[in-house]
Design a protein around this ligand. Structure first.
Ligand code: KIV
Ligand code: NA
Length: 323
């Protein structure tokens, strides 16, 4: 099948069909995207936090990003699922890893194009405001598709206000809108808006010609994006693992409670919905932990494998072996 194009996304905005974007980090998650007709698969640099255990996205290595991009691409473009009658495959983009946009343009451009080529991507997402305009202009003027990313920018975690709601005041909202217009002018094909008041994101959406994709930005954007681990309720922090272990103690004094730091604030942002729980009554993380625990228990009790879970030798071969 063909893939979703930038033009398709533009037309979706025009006919007001919501755009569904989701992160993917590996082959199975890419297959899940195909199953659900996701419009845009993002190899987000959230990969660093949720799949690789780094404290921030600044630690993500470029080669690690490329490695995961290629796995997603193999899932999205699996030859067994290549029949032309199947629905179009998602547009595949990745975050430009931290450290590339910070290079001088002459170094940043080839490094960015390398990620696209080696990761087998349709384009990139680049976090930032006016400071990334030269890079975005250069890439898009030579035909590389770039999604801009404004509002909350996780790569800027080190600034105190960076990881909270953005564009809260009228002045900040006007600055966000100006930034969005400048990035559209620079050639971005879409605008990701993270963690801003819904009314501000809706206003930006109205003023822009290109589609907007929101996360924690209300219902007024042209599309939505979430992190796949979040919608699955995956266990990707030690705190959430401790919480599951505690819950399993079922009232008895938990051996882990003394270890468990009590989080002062909820660790899940309010815009995250646990769709696994909603759809199946359980979560990806709970299933994974339960399966591993059951496997270990069965091995220890010698209830795994049973007679059917193995292979037999023909009686005469066994006799010959014993002889
Ligand atoms: O890295 C990421 O997952 C993102 C999102 C906007 C979800 O950038
Ligand atoms: Na990201």
């Amino acid at each position: 099948p063909r893939s979703i194009t930038v033009q398709d996304l533009q037309e979706m905005k025009e006919r007001q069909e919501p755009i569904a974007m989701l992160t993917a980090y590996d082959y199975p998650s890419a297959l899940a995207h195909r199953s659900a007709k996701v419009d845009i698969s993002l190899i987000g640099d959230s990969l660093a936090n949720v799949a690789l255990g780094h404290p921030t996205t600044q630690q993500l290595d470029i080669d690690a990003m490329v490695h995961h991009c290629a796995a997603v691409s193999r899932g999205v473009n699996d030859p067994i699922l290549s029949h032309p009658s199947l629905p179009p495959t998602p547009l595949i983009i990745a975050d430009l890893p931290f450290g590339i946009a910070q290079l001088p343009l002459e170094a940043a451009v080839p490094a960015a194009l390398d990620v696209v080529r080696k990761g087998r991507l349709h384009g990139l997402k680049i976090e930032g405001g006016r400071e990334v305009i030269p890079l975005i202009s250069h890439l898009t003027s030579f035909g590389t598709a770039v999604m801009a990313h404004i509002g909350l920018q996780p790569q800027r975690f080190s600034s105190a206000s960076a990881l909270s709601l953005q564009a809260r005041t009228a002045v900040e909202a006007i600055e966000l809108l100006d930034e969005a217009l400048a990035l559209e002018e620079a050639g971005a094909f879409a605008m990701l808006i993270e963690c801003v008041p819904g009314r501000v994101a809706a206003e930006v959406t109205k003023r822009l010609r290109i589609p907007t994709i929101g996360i924690g930005a209300g219902k007024g954007t042209d599309g939505q994006v979430l992190v796949q681990d979040d919608i699955l309720g995956e266990i990707n922090s030690p705190l959430s693992l401790l919480r599951v272990l505690e819950a399993q103690e079922q009232g008895g004094e938990s051996p882990s409670s003394s270890l468990l730091p009590k989080p002062s604030a909820p660790t899940t942002p309010r815009f995250v919905r646990n769709f696994a729980m909603q759809a199946t009554g359980t979560t990806g993380g709970a299933v994974r932990v339960a399966a591993v625990q059951a496997y270990v228990k069965a091995v220890k009790e010698r209830t795994y494998p049973n007679d059917e879970e193995g292979y037999k030798m023909k009686r005469e071969e066994w006799a010959a072996l014993k002889a």
